[in-house]
Design a protein around this ligand. Structure first.
Ligand code: SF4
Length: 260
């Protein structure tokens, strides 16, 4: 196991890492135990763990101290509007607004796929250190939460699509499909194979992956190294800043590295 230089495990943490359980589970329990009367570490999502990977200090202010709200950029607001238009069209046939007409042919091709369509499906899984189980999106035992933009289920096969509104797929990160696929397998045990993809509705690019149920656990542990570091940061309460080009978009205005 390796640590990023920005997270310094204390001696107690090092002892914890000798435990046979995955350290993020140990960390989860440690935080729960240390902070009596406070809830467990919050469930994580793809976006929250990416925020932590980018900068632990940013994560701390937004997710732990909650003294900074991330209102999202213009691009985020645009993405939300596009997602809603796609959802309304695929689910109920609501006409695509003229400004998003470019994505109608792609959505039509998805609609033509046979199977039961689930739009913006909310998924959560619990984890006890050995296996992952389906749980309610708002359940207290949720370990991970995520929303799949579109899942089409046809017997033992499924299609999983995540809409992207970036101009190109240059910085596509298909690992988010792994965790979503693991969650779909967990919630829908009849599904044994998933064809998944990041669909760039502007450029028409489609970054494809295939997932099989025999790898379900490995998909759900895709982010285990980051979760290890997150658990240690929680238990040691060390949240060091990591400055970089994204500092100019960061909502943590009190940080010395902020260039807004
Ligand atoms: S300004 Fe940069 S270093 Fe400071 S919290 Fe934000 S991302 Fe981290």
């Amino acid at each position: 196991m390796s640590f990023k230089p920005n997270t310094r495990p204390d001696p107690e943490d090092k002892a914890l890492l000798k435990d046979k359980s995955p350290s993020y589970i140990v960390g989860w329990n440690k935080v729960k135990h240390r902070n009596k009367g406070t809830p467990r570490m919050p469930a994580w999502s793809y976006s929250s763990i990416k925020t932590f990977d980018q900068c632990p200090k940013k994560y701390y202010h937004i997710k732990v101290a909650k003294d900074v709200k991330d209102e999202g950029s213009e691009a985020t607001l645009y993405g939300n509007t596009v997602h809603k238009a796609a959802e309304d069209y695929v689910r109920e046939g609501v006409p695509v607004p003229p400004e998003f007409a470019y994505m109608q042919p792609i959505l039509d091709s998805l609609i033509s796929i046979k199977g039961e369509k689930h739009c913006e499906i909310k998924l959560a899984v619990s984890y006890d250190g050995s296996d992952y189980k389906p749980t309610g999106y708002n359940s207290k035992d949720a370990w991970w939460r995520g929303i799949a933009d579109l899942v089409i289920v046809n017997k033992d096969k499924a299609y999983l699509v995540d809409y992207k509104t970036g101009k190109s797929a240059k910085y596509a990160d298909p690992t988010q499909l792994d965790i979503l696929a693991g969650a779909v397998f967990t919630h829908m045990p009849e599904v044994t194979k998933i064809k998944s993809g990041l669909l760039y509705v502007v450029s028409g690019e489609f970054i494809k992956k295939e997932h099989t149920v025999d790898n379900r656990k490995s998909y759900l542990s895709t982010f285990s190294e980051s979760l290890d570091r997150l658990a240690i940061a929680h238990s040691s309460n060390v949240w060091n800043p990591v400055s970089g080009p994204l500092c100019k978009f960061c909502p943590v205005l009190s940080c010395a590295h902020n260039r807004k």
